[in-house]
Design a binder for this molecule. Structure first.
Ligand code: ZN
Length: 50
């Protein structure tokens, strides 16, 4: 574990609409629910461990 950073990003493969908070696949330009153009990565923490 550690040689596959892709696996660690497993949870970051989705984005959340900042308006309706619907889950969208990463890479989506707009929310497919409300068509809002601002999407955030689901894993949006202030600090990551260190
Ligand atoms: Zn939305």
């Amino acid at each position: 574990m550690g040689k596959f950073p892709i696996a660690e990003r497993h949870y970051a493969r989705k984005v959340v609409c900042m308006k309706c908070k619907a889950l969208n696949p990463k890479g989506a330009v707009r929310c497919r629910k409300c068509d809002y153009p601002s999407l955030r990565p689901k894993r949006a923490r202030k600090k990551e461990g260190k």
